[in-house]
Design a protein around this ligand. Structure first.
Ligand SMILES: NC(=[NH2+])NCCC[C@H](N)C(=O)O
Length: 636
């Protein structure tokens, strides 16, 4: 007899590519986890999204980008970056509808790509939110200090100090702010989102003020900035594109909305709306603000540190500096809240899947938020903020986001063409389960429909629920999914689609790499770009000719969002994000590799063996083997 349960080595490798089932809103509820409070509405989501997104990007970065890359064409740079971000937003919106039991790219890539990549995404997001949060918090101190008359005028317990001998500048003010925000997040999601709503309203009002007051100054005094600049594109079209790569940073953060999925009242409708509207608002605000400030002052005269307030100061409107500083402080605080809100929820999702200790998935019964992981995140970020000026590490923040965006787009492709309703298992195991189920003769549908509690609001005929339970043999619903997929044509279609997606990724990577390579002869670059471009195109043609999975039209009772122009839109999204990822530079990649290497070790020594999926499948296979053995003994 073939041993199935004993093939531990097989599962050892397979664990990297094992995938979770496509889930539904009901799944999380049946697993016996404590649930978070479902109280967020679309308005809350928009506030969380806009708050998390607007930050230093528009208040600080615009000066440098206008001076060095784009000139007055900064407005178009913002538009292009916004369109690039929208491509990801479309992917996130569909994923949020089709995989609503948890949020974030971590969960989506676990379902679509596999445990190994999901772990890396989760690990990268931890880095992104912690360093992102710490960097934002450090940025608040100098702005706050303006109200006191400068950094040196802050009360001494809040002022920055240099530790003698070590040269480390500690920032108590920023660390205290991090702790306050973490405390707020522990009190409840509704409380947090209400505060976020207030803070974000102030910040958006300030941006409206900049647009209106700036527009008035421009109409009154003429648009000096445009008149004195040498044309609208002083750095050419290339400069404008380079500018959009830099300002892409200002759109980072809208994805943190998806991490709240479990707290949203109607996630399949509200999440796509929340993501879309939040991104649209940010794009419009960014474009108008950049239009106004590059119009009021020639781009080469913009201040690189405080671009917006110095524009108003140059027109003698000194008091506006206070309003703009208020805007900057609120924007950065909201962005901090966005990071510290998302991080614990991702830790929670990872802990629920067994990849991190269950400590992180503990939910406080009273406040219904993951208090332990929020406190851990808060303490960690506060310590980092206190001791380090992490602004040089900003590139690492972008790695997390861009990596997450790339895998989200890849997940959409996989979900459409090779949906993961199967678990990879060996043919020996399949065989033994078939015979075991033939001999026991009972299926989950017979036994479990009688015994399993139905989720609230569904009847026994609820087709979605039946699909979730499936016709699986008693004890291993996951595995039986493979057996019900015996259709050869379907297998062939999946195989072709999977190869096309794999080559599409390779083509995209080489194209982006060649396009951004420096110091290489242009003939070589053009050749590689041409070859990989053709490969990309072929993959796209193959994918357009292949049928897509049609279950997307039947998921959920509330309808859902379908990403348009598949496979072109996700492919464009992968291409843009890979290009931006490569552009982050070697220094960033070296630092990130260290973090990824630590992640790989943690996975190897903890996550892999504690993974719930690994255990479910491995234990099931041992169980199948057991049934097979006892039934064949019985037959003998
Ligand atoms: N989750 C994050 N990576 N947050 C950082 C957001 C940065 C924000 N877009 C800004 O312009 O400052």
């Amino acid at each position: 007899m073939q041993s199935v349960g004993g093939s531990k080595c097989f599962w050892g490798f397979r664990s990297l590519i094992q995938r979770k089932e496509v889930d539904s809103v009901h799944v999380g509820r049946r697993e016996g986890h404590h649930q978070l409070a479902r109280i967020l509405s679309v308005t809350d989501l928009i506030a969380i999204g806009v708050g998390a997104t607007i930050g230093a990007g528009v208040y600080v970065l615009v000066g440098t980008v206008a001076r060095e890359c784009a000139g007055p064409a900064l407005t178009i740079s913002f538009l292009i970056a916004g369109i690039a971000a929208a491509l990801s937003a479309f992917c996130y919106a569909e994923l949020a509808c089709r995989c609503p039991s948890a949020g974030s790219a971590y969960h989506y890539s676990y379902i679509c790509v596999g445990e190994g990549v999901a772990w890396l995404v989760g690990w990268a997001l931890i880095l992104e939110y912690t360093i992102g949060g710490a960097a934002v918090a450090r940025g608040i101190t100098p702005n706050l200090a303006l109200f006191f008359g400068g950094l040196d005028k802050l009360p001494s317990f809040l002022a920055r100090h240099t530790i003698p001998g070590l040269g480390i500048v500690v920032d108590p003010c920023a660390a205290v702010l991090v702790l306050i925000v973490a405390f707020l997040l522990c009190t409840g999601i509704k409380e947090s989102s209400s505060v976020q709503m207030i803070v974000t309203s102030v910040n958006v009002s300030v941006m409206l003020f900049i647009m209106i007051a700036g527009g008035y100054l421009g109409l009154k005094n003429g648009w000096v900035g445009y008149e004195l600049s040498s044309g609208y594109f002083p750095f050419g079209i290339n400069g404008m594109f380079a500018g959009s790569a830099v300002v892409f940073f200002s759109y980072i953060g809208f994805d943190s909305v998806t991490s709240t999925v479990e707290e949203v009242r109607n996630p399949q409708r509200d999440l796509p709306l929340g993501i879309g509207i939040a991104l649209f608002i940010c794009c419009i605000l960014y474009m108008f603000v950049s239009f106004v400030i590059t119009g009021l002052v020639p781009y080469y005269d913009l201040d690189p540190d405080t671009p917006i307030s110095s524009v108003f100061a140059s027109y003698g409107v000194e008091w506006a500096v206070y309003i703009i500083t208020t805007g900057a402080v609120t924007a950065l605080s909201a962005s901090l809240l966005g990071s510290l809100l998302a991080q614990p929820r991702i830790l929670m999702a990872m802990a629920r899947d067994g990849l991190l200790p269950s400590f992180f998935s503990d939910i406080n019964k009273k406040t219904q938020v993951p208090v332990k992981s929020t406190v851990t995140t808060g303490i960690f970020a506060a310590v980092l903020t206190f001791f380090m000026d992490v602004s040089q590490l900003a590139g690492m923040v972008s790695v997390g986001t861009l990596f997450a965006f790339t895998t989200a787009a890849l997940s959409v492709l996989i979900l459409r063409y090779v949906p993961p309703d199967e678990v990879p298992i060996s043919s020996a195991l399949k065989e033994s389960i078939t015979s075991a189920s033939l001999q026991t003769g009972r299926t989950n549908r017979e036994s479990d429909r009688e015994n399993l509690p139905l989720p609230a609001g569904s009847s026994k005929d609820d087709s979605q629920y039946l699909r979730e339970i499936g016709e699986a043999p008693l004890g291993y619903p996951l595995i039986q999914k493979v057996l019900s997929q015996d259709n050869r044509n379907e297998q062939k279609r999946r195989k072709i689609a999977a190869w096309a997606i794999a080559f599409l990724c390779i083509g995209t990577f080489t194209f982006a790499f060649a396009a951004s390579a420096k110091g290489v002869s242009s003939i070589l670059r053009f050749t590689v770009c041409g070859v990989s471009g053709v490969l990309l195109l072929c993959c796209l043609i193959v994918l357009t000719c292949i049928d897509q999975d049609d279950t997307r039209h039947s998921f959920g009772h509330t309808g859902g969002f379908s990403c348009p122009f598949v496979p072109f839109l996700p492919a464009a999204c992968i291409l843009i994000n890979t290009y931006l990822l490569i552009g982050l530079g070697a220094a960033t990649w070296i630092r990130v590799s260290v973090w990824f290497a630590i992640g790989a070790l943690v996975y190897l020594f903890y996550g892999r063996s504690h993974s719930s999926l690994y255990n479910a499948v491995y234990v099931s296979s041992a169980y199948a083997n057991e049934i097979y053995r006892s039934s064949s003994d019985h037959a003998a």
